[in-house]
Design a protein around this ligand. Sequence first.
Ligand code: FAD
Length: 305
Amino acid sequence: MKIKELFKNKPVISLEIFPPKPESPVDTIYKTIDGLYDLKPDYISVTYGAGGSSKSHTLKIADIIKNKYNIEALAHLTCINSAKEDVDNVLKELKSYGVENVLALRGDIPLDDEFDINARRDFKYAKDLVSYIKESDDFCIAGACYPEVHIECTDSKEDLKHLKEKVDNGVDFLITQLFFDNNLFYSFKEKADAIGINIPISAGIMPVINKKQIERITSLCGTSIPLKFRRILDKYEHNPEALKEAGIAYATEQIIDLLSYGIDGIHLYTMNKPEISRKIFNQIESIRSYFKEDKEDIIAEAVGS
Ligand code: FAD
């Protein structure tokens, strides 16, 4: 099934996992998915290692999600280091598993000296990959977006213009970079609406349970840490249980606010820690039921009229 269809009944609740290291057996992922599948996510996405390092694991895991757990799968795919032939092979393999959804990404620019950004390559930006997938086959295509502007772009208007080009090339829905201040998302959404980006946008939410880890991630991706959240990190950094409790509460509060706003979807970065996702889902059980009832009402109304 194509994930874009799921947005007809929003909010779409999804989870993101990452593959084990290339040298580890792919089977270790079962423990993670076993801990997640009964949370009944609408779909699970699986990341692609930088430069395609975990490529075969990503594809195999998409197959496992789809065919062993019967959950829709979204396979991430980066292109900065790939030739058209590599992409053809990935799409062919996904198709053979019945996976119809790809998150088309450029990927981060490799930091090694040998990488020449100006060299001729098949794909320079994610929008080139989007066009190529669109021409190649009938996949549902997701794209990434950045409420706080992509770290390489100095101008938010330029970044939005590039996003619009990517969407116009054939993106069906967007997933945001993680953010900790919902107001930044609302302001981004308004600007995106204003320039005609009117496909669904899911909010990427990361529950934080480790101060050093989130400082490393935010320094790489440019997400800001608001004062309210900074206080939590500083206060409980040496007490893992307290930080975990506060991190889960913070993410839950963000999610409840976004759902009340009418968000298209929530995409939870699980960090392969099912127990954290489970705690969050337990806190929003009635809220999820509320939306389920709402969907049933809409269907009943449509059938009755
Ligand atoms: P693009 O959309 O190509 O944008 C990259 C930069 O290029 C932006 O600054 C944009 O403004 C600029 N740009 C675009 N078009 C033009 C143009 N025509 N002229 C000039 N500048 C332009 N990385 C991984 O390695 N594996 C993953 O699995 C992965 N999953 C992710 C999932 C999500 C939801 C998100 C938000 C990010 C993920 N990333 C992943 C990180 C992503 O690869 C990086 O953020 C990367 O630096 C940008 O990828 P993109 O697809 O957004 O690139």
